[in-house]
Design a protein around this ligand. Structure first.
Ligand code: NAD
Ligand code: IPM
Ligand code: MN
Length: 359
């Protein structure tokens, strides 16, 4: 098949991990006879430096006409002055809003070879398989903001329609898994959470085959550590989902491992690792590219419908996590490019072995 992919490497380790993910996509294209074209565009601090804007019109237009968008990370100390008028993160939020990608899927699995890196005891990590569905285009991120010399506000607003579309998506996803949905809110305090909870309760009637539970976000933060294997699909609002998924990454062993896929009702999906620009290691060639490469696998699956190719990439990552080489964050000494090369070789081997099986 033919597909046009826009890449937004961004800042810090963003370009380093995006290059590895693009290399994986190119290997897939060559091995499975697809034609992928790539168009690199500016976003974040790099875009501010070049154009003064965090999401230039040309970048947005390119994303809107792409089959899928692959993003690295944005932000960094250079642009983090709390009094700055333009910020890299605004570009990412504007992109998510413009693409209408309201459902952010963040899968969490704990690779057995890495279980000893987690702060939790090994036995708690058996059978951990959680799909977080984070609402991505509403809540405090997008409400009205005010700032004066001595006060500031961030309005947190949700409409029923905004809650309903992401919750329905989560119910559908739960149907394809273990049919258990946990909705996380703060309904004991927040009005938006009470709207969220009553919407989930109403929609649950349409999915009698899915077991639903409601969990307050503060105790959820604790339960994620004490009983992670209890959870299947977890749906929550934007800010809670941001925080809980970084916590979840600690179970997997590193923030550098987790991918994400953001989707709406339109065409272009947005794929990005959940980590940021990692300023403390940027430019050293040591960032873990696995979260970005697994995001490319999600792109193959969800935007291009290439399931066998997505599995090839995931199997390749599995082999590298099992046998190495490992980057520093997961206890190894390998750099980004060495991990990338091992994943590319494993994709080739996977393609060879499945081709042999079918011949
Ligand atoms: P971060 O995710 O950048 O880094 C947190 C820690 O995790 C650091 O110690 C870092 O070295 C480590 N880490 C992250 N990714 C890694 C990788 N691939 N391999 C190895 N180690 C990795 O979070 P932060 O430091 O809180 O934020 C830094 C900047 O990134 C901020 O400007 C923030 O806004 C931005 N950010 C961007 C995104 C995004 O673009 N999607 C996501 C999160 C944070
Ligand atoms: C993420 C990041 C972003 C978020 C920031 C950079 C805007 O932390 O993708 O998780 O909070 O959504
Ligand atoms: Mn985050």
């Amino acid at each position: 098949m033919k597909a046009h992919i826009v890449t937004l490497p961004g800042d810090g380790v963003g370009p380093e991990v995006t290059a590895a993910a693009v290399a994986a996509l190119k290997t897939v294209a060559a091995r499975y006879e697809h034609v992928f074209t790539f168009d690199e565009q500016l976003i974040g601090g790099a875009a501010i430096d070049a154009t003064g804007e965090s999401l230039p019109a040309a970048s947005l237009a390119a994303c809107q006409s792409a089959d899928a968008v692959l993003l690295g990370a944005v932000g960094g100390p250079k642009w983090s002055d709390p009094n700055a008028s333009v910020r890299p993160e605004q570009g990412l939020l504007a992109l998510r809003a413009a693409l209408g990608v309201y459902a952010n899927l963040r899968p969490l699995q704990v690779h057995p070879a890495l279980a000893n890196l987690s702060p939790l005891k090994n036995e708690k990590l058996k059978n951990v398989d959680v799909l977080f569905v984070r609402e991505l285009t509403g809540g405090a991120y997008f409400g009205a903001k005010t700032r004066s010399a001595d006060a500031a506000t961030d309005e947190c607003k949700y409409t029923v329609a905004e809650v309903e579309r992401v919750v329905r998506r989560a119910f559908e996803l739960a149907r394809g898994r273990r049919r258990h949905l946990t909705s996380v809110d703060k309904a004991n305090v927040l009005e938006t959470s009470r709207l969220w909870r009553s919407t989930v309760q109403r929609i649950a009637a349409d999915y009698p085959d899915v077991k639903v539970e409601h969990q307050l976000v503060d105790s959820m933060a604790m339960l994620l550590l004490t009983q992670p294997s209890r959870y299947d699909v977890v749906v929550t609002e934007n800010l809670f989902g941001d925080i809980l998924t970084d916590e979840a990454a600690a179970l997997a062993g590193s923030l550098g491992l987790l991918p994400s896929a953001s989707m709406g009702d339109g065409k272009a999906g947005l794929y990005e690792p959940i980590h940021g620009s990692a300023p403390d290691i940027a430019g050293q060639g040591v960032a873990n590219p696995v979260g970005a490469i697994l995001s490319a696998a999600l792109l193959l699956r969800h935007s291009l419908g290439l399931e066998a190719e997505a599995i090839a990439v995931e199997a390749a990552v599995d082999r590298v996590l099992r046998h190495g080489p490992h980057s520093r964050d997961i206890g190894g000494t390998a750099g980004t490019e060495a991990v990338r090369d091992a994943v590319l070789a494993a994709i080739e081997d996977h393609a060879d072995s499945t081709a042999a099986f079918f011949s």
